[in-house]
Design a protein around this ligand. Sequence first.
Ligand code: MLT
Length: 251
Amino acid sequence: MRALNIRVQGTGKPVVFLHGFLESSTMWEYLEFPEHLIQCIYIDIPGHGSSSTLLDETPSITSFARTICNDLFSRGIHTFDLVGHSMGGYVALEIARIVNFRPKVLLLNSNFWEDTIEKKQNRDRVISIIKKNKNLFIQEAIPGLFIRPNKHKSDIEVLITEAKNISEEGITYASLAMRNRPDLSHFAKSISANLVCIQGEKDGIVSEQEMQNKTANQIPYITIPNAGHMSHIEASKVVEKTITDLLLDKL
Ligand code: MLT
């Protein structure tokens, strides 16, 4: 396994794409971007896809962000915009917080606030279930991310197969990192001119009402109709156009 698996495609302005929990950079294959305008830098977050798991004792989104930035900087990629799906959005926002330039950040089915107490308890429950039966957890969790799982049976099969290859350590690290992440609402509001939330209308992880309350007319958000948490699959063409237009300042 490579320390950090990065795939660079295209010659346009650099944009880093970060996938969600239990996913990998293959999630972006559902979307096509004009590569003469956007240089797509697809990254497997540590512990996912072909990237090694981090070993620090206190798992954090900051460690994911630092590892990714160090790797990008060492390759001579010093400025870039960011698109993050769900957990990848948490990492994207953290990268924006720690770098010394001001990237555009698109949070796809993601958010900028910390877990509620119930959600933190649920992370702990996930970690103990993973220890007992990782595959069963994955099989049950992934279909629930779609609003119409029956319409996406073959996509779900592929996602489940890929997620089963993630180690118990990788899943545990990511769960703890998400549980430990701080509230970035203040930071998100401070960069609201460069931040957009793109939300599935029926996302089971963050409801539209919650997004509306938290963005409070201060952070722009766009709703993708007829989509749940997996909007890049459920409404791929709309998501592709929304991301492209936002990155190219057409929206
Ligand atoms: C994800 O899809 O990355 C996760 O469901 C996000 C989360 O659990 O907060």
